[in-house]
Each structure stands twice: as structure tokens, then as C-alpha cells.
Design a protein around this ligand. Structure first.
Ligand code: IMP
Ligand code: MG
Length: 176
């Protein structure tokens, strides 16, 4: 693996501030309802837990995991479900929580899969979005930050399973 440095791109303070804004929007949009937050492991764990703290409507949290990346920074294009939800979502207001949207393949695949289970609604929420990289269109309602086409880590995001615990979003800068 090449040598690299991690440079801060979005501070912890800014991330948390933005997550609070998204939670407030969810509180308005789902007033009088309950929501099921689906955390897509492992990248979305920090985002999901921080977001859940500020949601005022009743919340259920469930988890699923799919594999689309190896230890590299490029998408394999293959999405495989490695852990399914524990509970049925039929008739529930589901918010699917992603760490980052790159090609859009992962979310598009999960939307197809979860729609078949007939939730009352299915809303997409992502902390980060790299719109320049999109291959498959996805209809995202809540986006934390749009970022340029750079590989980022921290706040749940990894590079070869490392750096998920960084409290901020950082760019991976490879030595040339
Ligand atoms: P997509 O299916 O191409 O949209 O890829 C989405 C998944 O790729 C995310 O859930 C991440 O796990 C991973 N990914 C994409 N870009 C990055 C990045 O910059 N840093 C870390 N993981 C990323
Ligand atoms: Mg991920």
C-alpha cells in the first residue's frame, strides 16, 4: 500500500451541526409518525447514532450490511448483501442511511431490495455525496455535504478498514 496522509476536509463541529439540521428536517417531515432508521454497516454507524440523538419522533434502528468495495478505493460494481435486517419493514416509514454515495450502485440496489418489502415510505439520507462519480441515479432526500471526487475517511468511513474512528472527515492524500 502506498504511503499517504489524511488532511481534514470537514471539521467535527461542522459535521455535527449539519447532522442536527438534517434531524430537524426529519422531525418536521415525519411529525406524528415513527421512523425506522436503517444503518448501512459499517460506514454509517457514526452518522446514524449522531442523527438518531436529535430525532424527536419515535425511532427504531436496524442494521444491514453489503459489500461493494474491497480494500481498494475503486468500486467493484458488485453489491452483495452480507447482513439483512432483523425486523420486517412492511408499513414502516424507512429512512435508509448511507455514509457516502459514489457510483450510486449500492443505494440503488438496496432501494430495489427494500421496496419489495412494501414499507410505507422509503427515504434516502447520506452524510456525503460525490455527484461527479454517479453512474446510477438515486433520489436522495437528505444530504449532509456534497464533496469533490476525492477519497475520504473518518466519521465512519474507512480506507482498508482504517480511520473510521476519526471524528472529522478527512481526505486521503497519497504520496506521489
Ligand atoms: P457506491 O455503490 O459506488 O455509491 O459506493 C458507496 C460505498 O462505497 C460507500 O458506502 C462506501 O462504503 C464506499 N465509498 C465510496 N467512496 C468512498 C470514500 O471516499 N471513502 C470511503 N468509502 C467510500
Ligand atoms: Mg459503505
Amino acid at each position: 500500500m502506498n504511503n499517504y496522509k489524511v488532511r481534514e476536509m470537514i471539521s467535527e463541529e461542522k459535521v455535527v451541526e449539519r447532522i442536527k439540521e438534517i434531524a430537524e428536517q426529519i422531525n418536521k417531515d415525519f411529525e406524528g409518525e415513527s421512523v425506522t432508521l436503517i444503518c448501512i454497516l459499517k460506514g454509517s454507524i457514526f452518522f446514524t447514532t449522531e442523527l438518531a440523538k436529535y430525532i424527536k419522533v419515535p425511532v427504531v434502528i436496524d442494521f444491514m450490511q453489503c459489500a461493494s468495495y474491497g480494500a481498494d478505493t475503486k468500486s467493484s460494481g458488485i453489491v452483495k448483501l452480507t447482513k439483512d435486517l432483523d425486523e420486517p419493514i412492511m408499513g414502516k416509514h424507512v429512512i435508509l442511511i448511507e455514509d457516502i454515495i459514489d457510483s450510486g450502485r449500492t443505494l440503488s440496489h438496496l432501494v430495489k431490495l427494500l421496496s419489495q418489502r412494501e414499507p410505507a415510505s422509503l427515504t434516502l439520507c447520506t452524510l456525503l455525496d460525490k455527484p461527479d462519480r454517479r453512474v446510477v441515479e438515486v433520489d436522495v432526500k437528505y444530504t449532509g455535504f456534497e464533496i469533490p471526487d476525492e477519497f475520504v475517511v473518518g466519521y465512519g468511513l474507512d480506507y482498508a478498514q482504517k480511520h473510521r474512528n476519526l471524528p472529522f472527515i478527512g481526505v486521503v492524500e497519497f504520496d506521489s
